[in-house]
Design a binder for this molecule. Structure first.
Ligand code: UD1
Ligand code: CA
Length: 452
């Protein structure tokens, strides 16, 4: 049997934030979501989350995660005290308890599996993850004997000068034999710098204490302040961008760009400076994105060009040209070969193949057919103050500059709307629709005015 406990009761004082630390975002997900993801991947029999500071807020965010058992730790007297709260809950439990710190967000499933495998192989009482850190400040130091068994962990603040030289650090990830841990948990004392009960003090009381050193110390970076959070963010980006650089994606200026873990890219995509790909995106081959692009939860076909634009929750076909300065909003579907240009906003609309909206338009709640040409400044007036209404425009239709289409309205196929018209009635196929005052001419008006 495997139980996993995640420690998430602390306040995170060093973050100087009104949010609890584990709800701080990192690369589009909170620290806690990241830890929960690696925990759930192990399919534990019990998943326990220890909360305390702002526990209601944390519970609210996880309301859909029904497999989580919440345990409240109040007051928060340290990591050992947090795990003591499990004593009544795991009273009859037999098996391993994996303890994870809620502020160690980059752990992988593979490392956790390796930790459990090692623990079982040596029949240990506890096995913990360690890392040789270049800058171990803030971490507990792990002391081992000649057989590489762990003798003790000393917290950074409790270390003497000699002990501080040890760079082998405690990652805050432990696989315990629960029965053995339960025996020593009541023996913890708070005789230390922080007057807390340290989980790390249980290690020296357990008979066989082993450690597993991770290959990449980055994976066990703990986050206590925003400097570490920023460092983690750039580590995460580095890791992701390296992966895509090795898989056919060009980044012109990687440092100025971010990509999300849930996005995938085809071959020969070029990502220009200041471009950010967030959420779940799927980017086809030969796309050129940027400079200055933000794309979120969107599918792009092949050969799409996007320049200085924002796209959110949309589906874009092949060979589409977007921008500069286009805003494509949720539930928009753009078919192949469309062109959407300068200062155009599109919301919840469908554009047929080869349709062009090149300048200064708002298209909302609309369905445009194939090869429609929307003239500069065309607006679909979709809102009557109470409700949103639909605009439908048939294939091969054209609107002149500054047309207003007052929805609900249907323009048939091959319709032309004269420039400057406000169209309020449906227009049948093949017609010209005009609605504007006739132009009048007063001859020699300038000269007459001068003689007045
Ligand atoms: C802890 C370890 C340290 C290790 C480091 C790795 C202890 C005593 N020290 O130090 O050896 O190198 O993590 O990142 O364990 N928490 C509670 N209840 C509490 C206190 C903390 O649930 O009463 C939670 C926090 O929310 C956090 C985690 O435990 O998620 C770790 O607490 P933190 O105070 O950050 O410990 P560190 O000082 O980083
Ligand atoms: Ca920490």
């Amino acid at each position: 049997m495997l139980a996993i406990a995640i420690l998430a009761a602390g306040k995170g004082t060093r973050m100087k934030s009104s949010l609890p630390k584990v709800l701080q975002p990192l690369g589009g997900a909170t620290l806690l979501e990241r830890v929960l993801k690696s925990a759930s991947s192990l399919k534990p029999d019990r998943l326990l989350l220890i909360v305390g500071h702002q526990s209601e807020l944390i519970k609210e965010k996880l309301i859909k995660e029904t497999e989580i058992e919440f345990i409240t730790q109040k007051p928060q007297n340290g990591t050992g005290h947090a795990v003591q709260q499990l004593m009544p809950i795991l009273k009859n439990f037999e098996g391993e308890l994996l303890v994870l710190n809620g502020d160690v967000p980059l752990l992988t499933q593979e490392t956790l599996q390796k930790l459990i495998r090692n623990h079982r192989r040596f029949n240990a009482g506890v096995t913990l993850l360690t890392a040789k850190m270049k800058n171990p400040k803030g971490y507990g130091r792990v002391f081992t004997n000649k057989q590489d068994k762990v003798i003790s962990i000393v917290e950074d603040l409790d270390c003497n000068e000699k002990q501080l030289e040890n760079t082998l650090t405690n990652a805050g990830v432990y696989c315990f034999n629960w029965q053995e841990l339960a025996k020593v948990l009541p023996q913890l004392s708070n005789q230390n710098d922080q007057n807390e009960l340290y989980l790390t003090d249980t290690i020296s009381k357990i008979k066989i204490a082993m450690h597993l050193e991770v290959d990449d110390p980055i994976e066990v970076s703990g986050i206590n302040n925003r400097i570490q959070m920023a460092a983690c963010e750039s580590l995460l980006q580095n890791r992701l961008q390296k992966h895509w650089l090795l898989n056919g994606v060009t980044f012109i200026d990687p440092k100025s760009c971010t990509v999300s873990e849930d996005s995938i890219f085809g071959r020969d995509v070029i990502i220009e400076p200041q471009t950010h790909i967030r959420g779940k995106c799927q980017i086809g081959s030969n796309c050129k994105l940027g400079p200055g692009v933000l794309i979120e939860n969107t599918v792009l076909g092949n050969n799409v060009r996007v320049l200085y634009s924002v796209i959110n929750n949309a589906k874009i076909g092949d060979n589409v040209d977007i921008g500069p300065y286009t805003h494509i909003r949720p539930e928009t579907k753009v078919l192949d070969k469309c062109k959407i240009g300068n200062f155009v906003e599109i919301k919840k609309s469908k554009l047929g193949e080869g349709t062009k909206i090149n300048h200064l338009s708002y298209i909302g709640d609309s369905e445009l057919g194939q090869t429609v040409n929307i003239g500069a400044g065309t607006i679909t007036a979709n809102y009557d103050g109470l409700k949103k209404h639909k605009t439908i425009i048939g294939d091969n239709s054209k609107t002149g500059a500054n047309s207003v289409l007052v929805a609900p309205i249907i323009l048939g196929k091959g319709v032309t709307v004269g420039a400057g018209s406000t169209i309020t009635k449906d227009v049948p196929e093949g017609s010209l629709a005009l609605s504007r005052a006739k132009q009048s001419i007063i001859k020699d008006w300038t000269a007459k005015k001068a003689n007045d």
